[in-house]
Design a protein around this ligand. Structure first.
Ligand SMILES: NC(=O)c1ccc[n+]([C@@H]2O[C@H](COP(=O)([O-])OP(=O)(O)OC[C@H]3O[C@@H](n4cnc5c(N)ncnc54)[C@H](OP(=O)(O)O)[C@@H]3O)[C@@H](O)[C@H]2O)c1
Length: 262
C-alpha cells in the first residue's frame, strides 16, 4: 500500500491544536511538506517545530483568520504564487457555537457559512489548478457526523455541515477527472479543546458535573470512549495518500460507531 507523501505539499487549516494539528503531524510523518494555517502565530511556530522534518521537508505557516474570507483569499493567493505545487488541502477550522436552532440568530448562520463553506470554496479554487497541473489532488474536509445525523444542541452547526457535505460531493464530481479527490472526515466526540468546552457548557446548563456529562456521552458510543485527535487524523491522512486514489466523494465517520444510520 503506497502511503508515501514525499515531495507532496499539504495545506492544513485549523492546525494549531486538536484535529488539525494531529493531521499536520501525521502528514509530515508520511513525508509531506506542510503549510499550517490558523490565527495564533505563537502556536503556529510551536506546531511547526513539532513536525517531522527527517526527509528534508520545508514546513511553512500562514497566520490567517477564517472569519475574514476576503483577507484569507488574498493571503492564500499571494502565498500560492510562491509555490510550485499544492497536492493536499485539509479544510478545517473552529466549529460554530452550540445552542438550539430555535434561538439561532440569522447572522450566526451567515458567519458559520462563511467560516465553513465560503473559505473551503475559495481555498479549493486557489489550489485546484495546481493539483490539476500535478495530476494529484486530495481535498479533505473535516466536518462532523451531523452530516448524517443532526446532533442535539448544535443547530447552526447541523445546518452548515449539511451544506458543506453537499458542496464537497459536487466538487468531487467536477474534480474527479483530474486525479483530484474530495472526501469528508466526520469526527465523533474527539478529545480536543472544542469538546472540553462543549462538555463544560452542558454541565453548566444542566447543573451537573463534566464527569456526569462525559459518562452520558460515552454511553451512547459503542466504543465507550472519546476519540483521540490522532485517530481522526489517521483517517484524514490515509485519504491524502496515493493508496486512496479511487476513494472519492465519500463521508468517513470516525466516531467509535456512534452514528445510528448506515
Ligand atoms: N472535537 C470534536 O469532538 C469534534 C466533533 C465533531 C466535529 N468537530 C469539528 O472538527 C473541527 C476541528 O475540531 P477540533 O476539536 O480540533 O477544534 P479546536 O480544538 O477548537 O481547534 C480548532 C482549530 O481551528 C483554528 N481556528 C479556529 N477559529 C479559526 C479562525 N477564525 N481562523 C483560522 N483558524 C481558526 C484554531 O486555531 P487558532 O485559534 O490558532 O486560529 C485551531 O487550530 C471543527 O469544525 C469541529 O467542530 C469536532
Amino acid at each position: 500500500m503506497n502511503l508515501d507523501l514525499t515531495n507532496k505539499r499539504a495545506l492544513v487549516c485549523g492546525s494549531t491544536q486538536g484535529i488539525g494539528r494531529a493531521v499536520a503531524l501525521e502528514l509530515a510523518q508520511l513525508g509531506a511538506h506542510i503549510t499550517l494555517v490558523a490565527r495564533n502565530e505563537e502556536k503556529l511556530q510551536e506546531v511547526i517545530s513539532q513536525l517531522d522534518g527527517s526527509q528534508g521537508q520545508q514546513h511553512h505557516y500562514l497566520a490567517a483568520d477564517f472569519a475574514q474570507p476576503d483577507e484569507l483569499q488574498e493571503q492564500i493567493t499571494n502565498y500560492i504564487q510562491q509555490l510550485d505545487a499544492v497536492h493536499i488541502l485539509v479544510n478545517n477550522t473552529g466549529g460554530p457555537a452550540g445552542g438550539p436552532i430555535t434561538a439561532a440568530k440569522p447572522e450566526e448562520f451567515l458567519q458559520a457559512f462563511n467560516m465553513h463553506l465560503i473559505n473551503n470554496h475559495q481555498l479549493v479554487q486557489a489550489v485546484a489548478p495546481l493539483m490539476q497541473q500535478a495530476g494529484y489532488g486530495r481535498i479533505i474536509n473535516i466536518i462532523s457526523t451531523s452530516v448524517k445525523q443532526p446532533l442535539q444542541g448544535l443547530g447552526v452547526s447541523n445546518t452548515i455541515r449539511g451544506a458543506v457535505a453537499g458542496w464537497a460531493k459536487t466538487m468531487a464530481n467536477e474534480l474527479g477527472p483530474y486525479g483530484i479527490t474530495v472526501n469528508n472526515v466526520l469526527p465523533g466526540a474527539t478529545r480536543t479543546a472544542r469538546l472540553e468546552s462543549i462538555i463544560a457548557n452542558k454541565a453548566q446548563k444542566n447543573q451537573t458535573s463534566t464527569e456526569a456529562e462525559e459518562a452520558e456521552m460515552m454511553a451512547e458510543i459503542p466504543a465507550r470512549r472519546f476519540a483521540t485527535p490522532e485517530e481522526v487524523a489517521a483517517a484524514a491522512a490515509f485519504l491524502a495518500t496515493p493508496a486512496a486514489a479511487y476513494i472519492n466523494g465519500i463521508n468517513v465517520p470516525v466516531d467509535g460507531g456512534r452514528t445510528g444510520c448506515l
